[in-house]
Design a protein around this ligand. Sequence first.
Ligand SMILES: *[C@@H]1O[C@H](CO)[C@@H](O)[C@H](O)[C@H]1NC(C)=O
Ligand SMILES: *[C@@H]1O[C@H](CO)[C@@H](O)[C@H](O)[C@H]1NC(C)=O
Length: 394
Amino acid sequence: MPRSASSIKIAATLAALVQRTHASSIYVSPTGDGSGTIDSPYGSIQAAVDAAKAGDTIYLRAGTYSPTTNIQITHSGTATSPITLRSYNDEAVIIDGEELPGTPYGLDESLPNDERGILHIENGNYWSFYNLELINGPYGIYSRDSSHNYYERISTHDNYESGFQIQGAASNNTVIYLDSYLNRDPRKNGESADGFACKEGEGEGNVIRNSRLWSNVDDGLDLYMFGSPVTIEEVYAWGNGFNLWGFSDFNGDGNGFKLGITDNPPANHVVRNSIAFSNAKKGFIDNGNPGSLTFERNTAWNNGDNGFNMRSSKSTLKNNIAAVNTNDQVSLVSGTQSSGNSWDGSTGWSNSSFLSVDYSTLAGARGSDGRVKASDFLVPASGEDIGATTQAQI
Ligand SMILES: *[C@@H]1O[C@H](CO)[C@@H](O)[C@H](O)[C@H]1NC(C)=O
Ligand SMILES: *[C@@H]1O[C@H](CO)[C@@H](O)[C@H](O)[C@H]1NC(C)=O
């Protein structure tokens, strides 16, 4: 090994050792009532959060946690020493919010800000979260005015508002391998519970990747009034906007991807290699966002209205597919740049234009690397390189 490489390696090892002497591991178990060690874990996630300093890792042992007050994360790690909250050794951890206030409140009642979220993150920066399942809460994850947070393999389902919401001043948050489904809001008859929302705020660098958003009462993904570009890659939204709960005056919107409204400034969201299918209404919709959105290699299939509906944004759409949707495949304001899309050619598209219209692999267990497993779902039978694919792109 050249001298420089070995001295770099030694320096890195020393740095790791120094780091280790300062960083603590804090343990929590559903049956614990100790002081946070592995042999005597805390019983309360909040106690662990309150004890955690920059660089620390909180390990949740297997089981179901049922807090009666939500978990407030209001302090920060640092860029080089984030605070981590994760399941221990990939043990199965469920945090069940059913005992929290607001699950649900009555029709038209308000849900106070502090009560939102099983995990309520406010002014909490530089946290990392791994492998947690959040159910039956007044939102699963609710992040307000928080930046530089990283979320991997989170599952949010059956919550009484959106599964996962980022709001306010929010930059550089990364969400990867999220599954968010069956979230609903009896309080609003379906008007606002989405799978993933980044709403009413602004901030650069927010990204969601390789995530699945299905059977939520309102939309799969909603960027309502978020004034900065969000990057959306390999996100799959299906079956959203159906009244599976028998709400009386149903208000669910039912779009796969709702990418506005934003007026000032317009937000130039980027959507790549994503699929909207079998949603109650539209696949991808700008919802009045006047920005310049970018759509590359996405597919809208079998939705209950247009595949792509851009009523205000002069978007750039390249190599996308809209097929087998109920109304016009696309409805695009004039000034849109459109090239290489299914609607730019003369070929008609039907179910038989695809190698497969069976989404069971996409909806099935993820691979050990966290990604959804590859399949032929909605891959063009012609071999044309257009539309989204779960297969590696060459
Ligand atoms: C977001 O991250 C980028 C790249 O690391 C950095 O340049 C930028 O300053 C960050 N933005 C904010 C608001 O911290
Ligand atoms: C296309 O396939 C889907 C899934 O099998 C089916 O629900 C739908 O009715 C088909 N549409 C047409 C127009 O054949």
